[in-house]
Design a protein around this ligand. Structure first.
Ligand SMILES: NC(=O)c1ccc[n+]([C@@H]2O[C@H](COP(=O)([O-])OP(=O)(O)OC[C@H]3O[C@@H](n4cnc5c(N)ncnc54)[C@H](O)[C@@H]3O)[C@@H](O)[C@H]2O)c1
Length: 269
C-alpha cells in the first residue's frame, strides 16, 4: 500500500490473531519488516507471506523475551518499533477472582510490556530513535463489571506509557498508548456469546457508540501506524482512545435516549 515504514523493523507481541494481527499486517503493508511474537508459532496467509515472520514468545517469561529479542536482532539486525499488544482478560467478580488470576493478568498485560521495553530499548538507544506503542484500553479509565483486575492492568499500562515517555524522551524514543473501545475479536466475542440473544447484544452494543457500531481491528492498526510513523514525531506520552466516542457519551436512562438510539439505527453501517 505504501512505504511509510521502509527500512524499519517492528516487533508486535500477540500478533497471531485479532488486533495484533491487524497491526502486524498494516505495518507490513507500509514496507516494514515485522516480527510477530506469540505463544504458538503463527502462520502467514497468502496475502502477507514473506512480509511477516512468526516467532514463539511468552511475554510472561523473561528468558523467552530475551531469546525472542536476540532472534529478531540476529535475523533483522535492528528494532525500530515495539508494539506491546499481547493481552488477556478474566471476567470474574472479586469474590471469585483468585490471586493466581490477578498475577496472571498482571504478568501478561503489564509486566510483559515493561520487560519487552526493557530488552528492546537498548537497541533503539543505539539507533538514537524508536517508537513504542502499547495497547491499553478504555478500561484503563472506565470499567466493565467484573473487570477489576483487567482494568488495573490497563491503568498500569497507561502509567507505564507516561513513565517511558519521560525516561526515554532524551534518547529519541517515543512511547504512546492506543486505547481500543469495543473491537470485534475473539477476546470479547466469547463475552457476547455468553448471552443467548446474540443479535440483541450486538444491537445494544451499537447503541453505546455514537459512531453507531463497534470497531474493527484495522481501525486500531491505523492508529498504531500513525503513532509509529514520522507523522506523529512530536507525540509522546499520550493515551489515544479509538472507540467511536463511546467514552465521551454520558449515559441516559434508555427511555430518554430513545430518539438518539433511533438516529443511530438509521445511520449505522
Ligand atoms: N478486543 C477489544 O475490544 C479490546 C479492547 C480494549 C483493549 N484490547 C486489548 O487489545 C489487545 C489485543 O486484544 P485482542 O482483542 O486482539 O485479543 P485476542 O485474544 O484476539 O488476541 C490476543 C493475542 O495475544 C496472545 N497472547 C496472550 N498471552 C500471551 C503471552 N503470554 N505471550 C505472548 N502472546 C500472548 C494470544 O495468543 C493472542 O494471539 C489486548 O492487549 C487487549 O487487552 C482489546
Amino acid at each position: 500500500m505504501g512505504n511509510r515504514l521502509a527500512g524499519k523493523v517492528a516487533v508486535v507481541t500477540g500478533g497471531n490473531q485479532g488486533i495484533g494481527r491487524a497491526i502486524a499486517e498494516r505495518l507490513a503493508e507500509e514496507d516494514c519488516v515485522v516480527a510477530v511474537g506469540d505463544l504458538l508459532q503463527g502462520r502467514a496467509d497468502a496475502t502477507n507471506a514473506g512480509k511477516l515472520s512468526f516467532l514463539v514468545l511468552d511475554v510472561t517469561d523473561e528468558a523467552s523475551i530475551r531469546a525472542f529479542v536476540d532472534q529478531v536482532l540476529e535475523r533483522f539486525g535492528r528494532i525500530d518499533i515495539l508494539v506491546n499488544n499481547a493481552g488477556m482478560v478474566i471476567h470474574k467478580s472479586i469474590d471469585d477472582q483468585t490471586a493466581e488470576d490477578w498475577d496472571r493478568l498482571m504478568a501478561v498485560n503489564l509486566r510483559g510490556p515493561f520487560l519487552m521495553a526493557k530488552y528492546v530499548v537498548p537497541e533503539m538507544r543505539r539507533a538514537g530513535s524508536g517508537a513504542i506503542v502499547n495497547i491499553g484500553s478504555v478500561e484503563g479509565y472506565m470499567v466493565n463489571p467484573w473487570h477489576t483486575a483487567y482494568a488495573a492492568t490497563k491503568a498500569g499500562v497507561h502509567g507505564l506509557t507516561l513513565g517511558l515517555s519521560v525516561d526515554l524522551g532524551p534518547d529519541g524514543i517515543r512511547c504512546n498508548t492506543v486505547c481500543p473501545g469495543w473491537i470485534d475479536t475473539d477476546l470479547n466475542r466469547a463475552y457476547v456469546e455468553m448471552h443467548p440473544d446474540r443479535k440483541l447484544i450486538e444491537r445494544e452494543l451499537s447503541y453505546l457508540h455514537p459512531a453507531g457500531r463497534i470497531g474493527a481491528p484495522k481501525e486500531i492498526a491505523n492508529a498504531v501506524l500513525w503513532l509509529v510513523s514520522e507523522e506523529s514525531s512530536f507525540v509522546s506520552g499520550e493515551m489515544i482512545s479509538v472507540d467511536g466516542a463511546r467514552t465521551k457519551k454520558i449515559p441516559l436512562p434508555a427511555i430518554l435516549d430513545e430518539e438518539y438510539r433511533s438516529k443511530l439505527t438509521e445511520t449505522s453501517v
